[in-house]
Design a protein around this ligand. Structure first.
Ligand code: ADP
Ligand code: MG
Length: 688
């Protein structure tokens, strides 16, 4: 028999809690649709009902199981209706109180009945008492459960008793055969599956409770391993399926790409050349590329993307470049037009803010195939955009897009285009191995030469006057500076107001300097004009919102003041700071902050002060914020791993990865057995 848990003190007997379909609906809320789901619904914690504690020894602080005989019972009406039962064991009394009860319960506690109660014993008015314990009337010497009582995560209207019963039935009905053979299990020191599942639901009383709680018990490790293995298998299979799909072969004819390289006022860095070579090779393959190009801010990813686009275009195919914000997309548009139009490439610009007529014209040019390169925001993959021959889809800052958006762009060409994703945010190793395991990754690990590291200063707001004096002096000597407005996340209206106010204050503070303003709500032409004036040194100070975070490139600007730096995220600060230090001159970023600082803000400022390495900063950012940021887009709301924790179980992840490769290489039936079991339960492994 299963662990005979005490009946729940629910008002109704558990088995009658609602009709069958209501129970099913509640189970479904917990993600439970099958017997196997029930078996994999693991306890949150356990209660020990395997031992009886003598009443005389029960102390407050932890629930215990006691057994005593009813001496008396009484329903009291003051202060409110209460059933009070007096019980006794070996001359020790216990008072039990119920505030909600049924007449049948009053009858149950007949004098002389033997009752088992689970709860906390506390000193009360009359003596030791228990309030609303779980209880059961038992015969003398009734057997005790042999295992701990599981407490499951549940939902409203689904009692522990019913859940236990359902799960118990499932465990008895299922064979829970192992998907992995004994040899492989032994090699990894893993326990059999059935044994592990059973132990987690019904642990013996002498189990190492702590390892269960911390999920380090061998039974937990087995389940975590299985989950990770399923994920790895799914990812590897997705990867293989993609390799089996066909895409246009786009070998590099070198005409356009060489022409671009020749036209540049600089040489490609070693890292850019290598990245370009890898991508050029991918594009020549008859199956779709899906490559992530990672590189720190300013490492020159755009140029690598431009070369890839030219390769597609040189083969008579179209390319599309999608960026997450209008500003960033526009920067790309300007830069790529500057590079590619001299080569005769026909470029279209598509954004949400385009006037109807301009948009219609752009879409027509794309649809007719006249456009060779389309650049824009997510407006690029809306239904009304049709690419007759999309060979390459490029996605900048890929982690800011959802999977669906990327897929939408990828499906634009009818067939499967090659995909190049770019990101300045490195994926940590464990994530790269798990949720991103279906991507190929190339890293640009070098910045173009001639950049001088930016000196960063943290300055408290009280010392603003010193900062102003410093800026004034430098600008008089010919330097140019950015003055970044405080970030107002709540509303665009407030952000605009703040930008204008900051602009006015700065104009008053520096009557001797030419001050400009650039913000996100300006028309593209206005923005371009201000930027052009700044570049031409007609402006010495440029007040800006975080719109300059990406793309802006004015090498003579060597100073930056960031107001309310404590409000900004690490990636944002790093990107902003990357706007200076673009020339040979020494640059300075002054981060003004307001006190008191929160602990998180203090840590962020310390990191940005100490590090210049975007990858290191991203790693620290991840440590502070957790992996949700990355997975948010990738998972689009689907639950993460249920059992395994990528940080804590990194060793299991490695092992699962190796085994996935082994199983697939061996063409083993175990792989599909394993996937059937785990993918059948929850589809949370992405193939996008
Ligand atoms: P990111 O990798 O952050 O997207 P960008 O592609 O915007 O970086 O490049 C940053 C700046 O560096 C741009 O102005 C770009 O023209 C310039 N750049 C790119 N490659 C080189 C190079 N090899 N040498 C010098 N400057 C370069
Ligand atoms: Mg970029």
């Amino acid at each position: 028999m299963k662990a005979a848990a005490l009946e729940a003190r629910s008002r109704r007997p558990a088995a009658q809690a609602g009709s069958k379909s209501a129970v099913e609906a509640r189970l479904e809320k917990l993600g439970i649709r099958s017997k196997l789901d029930l078996a994999l619904h693991l306890p949150l914690r356990y209660e020990d009902e395997t031992r009886l504690t003598p009443l005389a020894e029960a102390r407050p602080g932890a629930p215990v199981l006691v057994e005593a005989e009813v001496v008396d019972r009484e329903v009291k009406y003051r202060p409110r209706r209460t059933l009070v039962v007096k019980l006794s064991q070996d001359g020790h009394d216990l008072w039990v109180r119920f505030l909600n009860f049924y007449p049948s319960q009053v009858k149950q506690f007949a004098e002389g009945k033997r009752v088992r109660l689970f709860g906390e014993v506390r000193p009360g008015f009359f003596g030791d008492e228990m309030v609303h314990p779980r209880y059961r009337i038992v015969a003398k010497d009734a057997p005790l459960p042999k295992s701990l009582t599981p407490v499951y995560p549940t939902t409203a209207g689904l009692s522990q008793a019913l859940l236990r019963q359902k799960i118990g039935d499932a465990l008895d009905a299922l064979a829970l055969e192992d998907t992995l053979d004994a040899e492989r299990l032994a090699a990894l020191d893993l326990q059999p599956f059935r044994e592990s599942v059973l132990l987690l639901h019904r642990p013996p009383p002498d189990v190492d409770a702590r390892s269960l709680e911390e999920r380090t018990h061998p039974a937990w490790r087995r389940l975590k391993f299985d989950e990770l293995l399923a994920q790895q298998l799914a990812m590897r299979i997705a990867y293989r399926e993609r390799r089996a799909k066909s895409a246009p072969r786009l070998p590099d004819a070198h005409t356009l790409t060489n022409a671009l390289v020749k036209s540049l006022p600089f040489a490609l860095t070693r890292a850019q050349r290598q990245a370009h070579a890898v991508i050029a090779k991918d594009l020549a393959q008859p199956h779709p590329m899906r490559r992530l190009l990672q590189g720190d801010v300013g490492s020159g990813k755009t140029l690598v993307a431009a070369l890839a686009a030219l390769q597609a275009i040189g083969n008579g195919w179209q390319a599309a470049l999608m960026a997450p914000t209008e500003i960033l997309a526009e920067q790309h548009f300007l830069k790529l037009s500057h590079w590619l139009e001299p080569l005769g490439v026909r470029i279209a610009w598509v954004s949400g803010s385009l006037k109807a007529r301009a948009k219609k014209a752009a879409l027509a040019a794309i649809a007719s195939g006249e456009t060779q390169l389309a650049i824009g925001t997510h407006a690029l993959f809306q239904e009304d955009v049709a690419f007759p021959k999309l060979g390459l889809a490029i996605v900048d800052e890929q982690h800011r897009f959802g999977v669906e958006q990327r897929l939408a762009l990828a499906s634009k060409g009818g067939g499967e285009p090659h995909q190049l994703m770019m990101s300045a945010t490195p994926i940590p190793r464990t994530l790269a191995m798990s949720f991103f395991a279906d991507l190929d990754v190339t890293v640009i690990d070098e910045l173009p030469p001639g950049r001088t590291p930016v000196v960063t200063k943290l300055v408290a707001e009280e010392r603003r006057d010193e900062v102003i004096a410093r800026i004034r002096e430098s600008c008089r000597e010919g330097a140019q500076a950015y003055w970044v407005c405080p970030l107002i996340e709540e509303s665009e209206q407030l952000q605009l107001k703040t930008a204008i106010e900051t602009f006015e204050t700065i104009q008053e503070t520096f009557p001797d300097l030419a001050v400009g303003l650039v913000h996100g709500r300006m028309k593209p032409a206005e923005k371009a004009q201000v930027m052009a004036d700044f570049k031409a040194r007609k402006l010495q100070l440029l007040v800006a919102t975080t719109v300059i975070e990406v793309g802006v490139d004015v090498p003579n600007a060597t100073l930056m003041v960031i107001e309310h730096a404590e409000r900004m995220g690490l990636a944002q600060l790093h990107q902003l700071r990357g706007r200076v230090g673009r020339g040979a001159q020494q640059s300075l970023a002054i981060l003004l902050y307001y006190q008191p600082l929160s602990e998180l803000a203090r840590q962020r400022l310390k990191i940005i002060y100490e590090s210049h390495d975007g990858f290191e900063i991203a790693r620290q950012d991840l440590r502070l914020r957790g992996p949700g940021e990355f997975l948010g887009a990738r998972q689009s709301g689907a639950p993460l791993l249920r059992f395994a924790d990528l940080e804590r179980d990194a060793d299991l992840l490695e092992a699962a990865r190796r085994m996935a490769d082994e199983l697939l290489a061996a063409g083993s039936a175990a792989a599909s057995r394993h996937l059937d079991r785990w993918l059948g339960t929850r589809r949370f492994y992405l193939k996008a």
